[in-house]
Design a protein around this ligand. Structure first.
Ligand SMILES: O=C(O)CCC(=O)C(=O)O
Ligand SMILES: [Fe+2]
Length: 292
């Protein structure tokens, strides 16, 4: 098997394994045992999982409250239980306000996720570790400086210290998604003029580096962006497909999810340039499976 490719038979076999309930890791392991390269096994698996998600749910189905629990297509997704339009949602050690929700893209604005003290403590813990932001380079799977992203940033390890652990547990409770499926929390600092041009957070399936990246926990399926301070002007989070701009308010957060790595999710978003003051945010990306 020198020139391996994903045949229809392989695709069908993978889909069947997933359908009968085998864990994705076990399916990859079985393919590797049978002589398939791990990269190829991972992309065959992702193809099968994507196919299972089927077409993008209709906006009506999404508006009915798909995020959290089962999506219309039957794949579990992170999200809040908003079925009865609650004013506040229990996040374990704190109640969080639901400010607004949108069906497509799936976006939920949250108030009071973090206390002012927690925001300040995160900024101070991150400050000495800030460096010019890199983005994951999907062509190679490595990291590189990106001119579209002029913020500075750092990553906490998952479970790094009491504060980070507490916030991660709160997020897991709120979004009903295992702590283990989360990447380490990222903190970004934008000075005046800095921005993050519109982009998708999922890894583009057509890029050759993506199979390597998604070996660690599968695709990204959701983002939680937490505002740690308030720039005086500018610095909103924009969703250009729907003309939405979220104001950065300290302690608030914007959640959005994407049940497949496709622009049909309408999750194109960016950090608008800061005009006056500084902007600090923390980002939590959620993966399909355990992120190791
Ligand atoms: O700073 C923002 O508002 C957006 C940040 C973002 O899109 C990201 O960290 O992926
Ligand atoms: Fe983003």
């Amino acid at each position: 098997m020198s020139q391996q490719s994903i045949t229809p038979e392989l695709r069908q076999w993978v889909a069947e394994q997933i359908r009968v309930g085998h864990l994705p890791e076990a399916v990859i392991e079985a393919m590797v045992q049978a002589g398939w390269k791990e990269d190829l096994a991972a992309s065959a698996l992702d193809g099968a999982l994507q196919a299972r998600r089927g077409q993008a749910p209709t906006s009506a189905a999404l508006a009915a409250g798909p995020a959290g629990g089962m999506v219309g297509t039957g794949v579990r997704m992170p999200g809040l239980d908003l079925a009865q339009s609650p004013r506040r949602v229990d996040a374990g050690d704190r109640w969080v306000d639901v400010i607004a929700a949108l069906g497509l893209p799936r976006v939920v604005l949250l108030g009071g996720l973090l206390s002012a003290e927690e925001c300040d403590a995160l900024v101070e813990a991150a400050r000495p570790r800030m460096a010019r932001s890199l983005t994951v380079e999907t062509r190679t799977g490595g990291e590189e400086l990106n001119p579209d992203r002029t913020s500075h940033g750092m990553f906490f390890n998952r479970g790094e210290g009491e504060l980070v652990t507490r916030i991660e547990q709160r997020i897991a409770h709120l979004l009903r998604w295992p702590v283990e499926n989360g990447e380490g929390m990222q903190v970004l600092q934008y000075r005046p003029g800095a921005e993050y041009k519109p982009h998708y957070d999922y890894f583009d399936p057509v890029e050759p580096g993506t199979p390597t990246i998604v070996k660690r926990g599968g695709q990204r399926v959701a983002t939680l962006l937490m505002y740690l301070n308030e720039p005086t002007r500018g610095g909103g989070t924009t969703f250009p497909d729907v003309g939405l701009e979220v104001a950065p308010v300290r302690g608030n957060a914007v959640f959005f999810s994407y049940d497949r790595p496709h622009p049909a999710t309408r999750t194109l978003h960016g950090g608008a340039p800061v005009i006056e003051g500084e902007k600090w945010v923390a980002t939590k990306w959620l993966r399909e499976r355990e992120f190791v």
